[in-house]
Write a new protein. Structure first.
Length: 141
């Protein structure tokens, strides 16, 4: 419908376009934690698979630590942007929603990314320890 209005009538509904943009941003920020939990982060598996399993697992742990660090680093600035929008009282141009509500997606997404990242890191560390013990001929405990 939006495409028809924009091309055929030379008009568009800014509210629909704006709502779609904000829904997209929220879905990306909330999906970050899900992707971390499911191990679907963006990475180059071709390079990691070139290494022996112990080194590959170590590189995976390093990637998890970097993902957590990124979320930690980004949490404060994203919170500051949200708080600033709250103090100023900005509203969106089309829907006239308070911008701080829209900017909340970033700190929530980064916080959930930290929580899920720590959870996955703990599981991965346990698996790594088990892998090392098995290589040494231990009982895995």
């Amino acid at each position: 419908m939006h495409s028809l209005l924009r091309s055929g009538v030379r008009s568009s509904n800014r509210n629909q376009e704006e709502a779609c943009r904000y829904c997209f941003v929220y879905s990306v920020m909330l999906a970050t934690a899900y992707c971390i939990r499911k191990g679907r982060m963006l990475r180059v598996d071709v390079v990691i698979n070139l290494f022996p399993p112990v080194i590959a697992k170590f590189l995976d742990l390093a990637a998890q630590v970097m993902a957590i660090a990124f979320c930690v680093i980004m949490l404060k600035p994203s919170w500051n942007v949200m708080a600033s929008a709250f103090q100023i009282g900005n509203v969106s141009s089309g829907l006239e929603l308070p911008m701080w509500i829209l900017y909340t997606s970033a700190p929530v997404g980064f916080f959930l990314g930290i929580v899920r990242g720590i959870e996955v890191l703990a599981i991965s560390l346990k698996d790594f320890k088990k892998m090392l013990n098995e290589r040494k001929g231990g009982d895995g405990e």
